[in-house]
Design a protein around this ligand. Structure first.
Ligand code: FES
Ligand SMILES: [Fe+2]
Length: 378
C-alpha cells in the first residue's frame, strides 16, 4: 500500500484550538451530523432500560423497548420541553412520564396519555411523538446521529462494516469505565492517540510492551484510521506485566493474537482491539478548552465469570497511559493557545494526524444542514 507522506504538512492553526466560534461551527458541521459512539448494547439488557447520550445542549435517551428493539429519542417533552429523564441511566418501566405535567409516552415514542388536553379543540396526540434520533447498532456498539438526514452509517464510517467480528464485540461486557476531564481541546486527544512518536519518552512501559516502530497503518485516509502493532510478547497482551488477563478471543488467528489494533473513528472515538479485551475511548467536547474522555474495558462474559478473573493489569496499564497522555495534551494545549505559537511541522510518524486534519477541514468546509425551525419574527 502506498504510504501518504506527511512531509511539508503542518498542524492546524492556533485559531482552531482557541476560537469559540470554531467550536460552535464544529458542532454544526461535525458533531451534529456525524455518527457518534453513544454506548454498548450490554447497557440495555432488559426492556425498559435506558442510558443518556449527551452532547453540548443535546440529550438523547437510548432505550430498549418492550419488544426488545433499541431506539433513541431526544430527551425532551413535546409539551413545554421539560427533560424527561434526569438520571444518566436507569429503568423506565412501560412508559416515560414527563415530570412537569405528566404527559406520558410509550417506549416507541408515541404520546399515550395527556392529562386534560382532550379539552383542547383539534389536539391530536398522534402529532406529538418524541423526536426520534437515528441509531445504528454496529457489532454491539450503539451510534447515534443528530442530523435531520443522516448519511448512512456504512458510507460515513467505511471500513467498519463486517470487520472486527473476531473480537465478538456484540457479546462483550464492560469490566470498568473511567471518566476523565481535561483542560484541552478535543482535537489534541485525537492527535495524541494517532501517533506513537511520543511513546518512548512518555510511556516507557507501553513502549516496552509494543515498541513504537512496530506499528503499520492499514487505514490511512478518511474517517477511520489506524492499524495493527506487534507486541513484544506475542503470547501476551497490553497489561502491566505483559500477560493476558483472559484467554484470547476464540476467533483470532496467530497474527491477531500477537498484535494490538488501534483505530480512530472521526470525530471522537478510539477502538483498541487486544487479544483478550477491547478498549474504547469516547471524546465529549465540553468547551473549546475542555474535554471529557470516557474509557471502557470490555471482556468476554465467560472470561468475566471465570474464577480468579482480574482485569486490573489491563485497566491499570491504560489508566496510567491515559493519565500520561492527558498530561501531554494539557501541556501542549497551554502552548498552542499562546499568541506567539505558529503551526508546527509534522514528522513522518505523524501521517495519521495530517489525515485527521484533512478529514476535519473537509467536514468544516461543508455547508451546514439548514436549521429545521426558522426563527419567528414578530
Ligand atoms: S413539559 Fe412535559 S408535560 Fe408539560
Ligand atoms: Fe500516548
Amino acid at each position: 500500500m502506498k504510504k501518504r507522506s506527511s512531509l511539508g504538512q503542518h498542524t492546524l492553526d492556533r485559531e482552531y484550538f482557541v476560537s469559540n466560534e470554531v467550536f460552535q461551527i464544529e458542532h454544526e458541521r461535525i458533531f451534529f451530523r456525524s455518527w457518534l459512539l453513544a454506548g454498548h448494547i450490554s447497557q440495555l439488557e432488559k426492556p425498559g432500560s435506558y442510558f443518556l447520550f449527551e452532547l453540548e445542549r443535546e440529550s438523547v435517551i437510548v432505550l430498549r423497548d418492550r419488544g426488545g428493539d433499541i431506539r433513541a429519542f431526544h430527551n425532551h417533552c413535546r409539551h413545554r420541553g421539560s427533560r424527561l429523564c434526569r438520571e444518566a441511566s436507569g429503568e423506565l418501566g412501560a412508559t416515560i412520564q414527563c415530570p412537569y405535567h405528566a404527559w406520558t409516552y410509550g417506549l416507541d415514542g408515541a404520546l399515550r396519555n395527556v392529562p386534560t388536553m382532550s379539552e383542547v379543540a383539534g389536539f391530536d396526540p398522534a402529532n406529538y411523538p418524541l423526536h426520534a434520533v437515528a441509531l445504528t447498532n454496529w457489532e454491539g456498539f450503539l451510534f447515534v446521529n443528530l442530523a435531520n438526514q443522516p448519511q448512512p452509517f456504512a458510507d460515513a464510517l467505511p471500513g467498519l462494516v463486517g470487520r472486527f467480528r473476531e473480537w465478538q464485540p456484540s457479546e462483550l461486557r464492560a469490566a470498568d469505565r473511567k471518566v476523565y476531564e481535561v483542560d484541552a481541546n478535543w482535537k489534541m486527544f485525537f492527535h495524541n492517540f494517532s501517533e506513537c512518536y511520543h511513546c518512548p519518552l512518555a510511556h516507557p512501559l507501553l513502549n516496552k510492551l509494543a515498541p513504537f516502530r512496530n506499528s503499520e497503518n492499514d487505514l490511512d485516509e478518511g474517517p477511520v484510521l489506524g492499524g495493527p502493532m506487534w507486541m513484544t510478547n506475542r503470547e501476551g497482551s497490553m497489561t502491566l506485566g505483559g500477560e493476558r488477563c483472559a484467554p484470547p478471543f476464540v476467533g483470532l488467528n496467530d497474527e491477531q493474537r500477537g498484535r494490538v489494533y488501534y483505530y480512530t473513528l472521526f470525530p471522537g472515538a478510539f477502538f483498541s482491539f487486544h487479544p483478550d479485551y477491547v478498549m474504547v475511548h469516547r471524546l465529549q467536547p465540553l468547551a473549546i478548552g475542555r474535554t471529557r474522555i470516557v474509557c471502557e474495558w470490555y471482556f468476554h462474559p465467560d472470561a468475566i465469570a471465570a474464577p480468579g478473573f482480574d482485569p486490573q493489569p489491563a485497566i491499570a496499564l491504560w489508566d496510567l497511559t491515559n493519565r500520561q497522555d492527558w498530561d501531554l495534551c494539557l501541556n501542549a494545549y497551554r502552548g498552542v493557545t499562546s499568541r506567539a505559537w505558529q503551526a508546527g511541522p509534522y514528522s513522518e510518524l505523524e501521517s495519521q494526524l495530517a489525515a485527521f486534519d484533512r478529514q476535519y477541514l473537509r467536514a468544516m468546509s461543508e455547508e451546514p444542514e439548514p436549521k429545521n425551525i426558522p426563527l419567528r419574527m414578530v
